[in-house]
Design a protein around this ligand. Structure first.
Ligand SMILES: [Zn+2]
Length: 103
């Protein structure tokens, strides 16, 4: 018998709110970006990693989800060269059952 939160709360729906017009809140331009644009830089280029090896599982796994899916370039910001290498490394790792195909 643990009824700690049984105190009935009074309904606040009928309470009048001051300055609650239909256009309350910060003004937003139509079609404006919600996030400030940030220049994505390829992490592997920044760290001067020329070739991603499939044995470098720590690097490869940072570009994958927990379920084993390869994250897209839009998310990771990897350049085309490194994205190709990551893709290749992941596929080799999957074949060697070092990484899951799914799940
Ligand atoms: Zn790169």
């Amino acid at each position: 018998m643990e009824n700690k939160e049984t105190t009935p709360k009074p309904a606040e729906a009928a309470a009048p709110r001051p300055h609650a017009g239909p256009h309350s809140g910060p003004p937003r331009r139509p079609g404006g970006r919600r996030f400030a644009p940030r220049r994505k830089v390829c992490r592997l280029c920044a760290e001067h990693i020329d070739l991603v090896d499939y044995k470098q599982a720590q690097i490869v796994k940072t570009f994958c989800t927990d379920t084993g899916k390869i994250l897209s370039r839009r998310i990771t910001g990897a350049c085309a060269k490194h994205q190709r290498q990551i893709m290749r490394a992941v596929k080799i790792n999957r074949n060697l059952s070092l990484m899951p195909y799914s799940g």
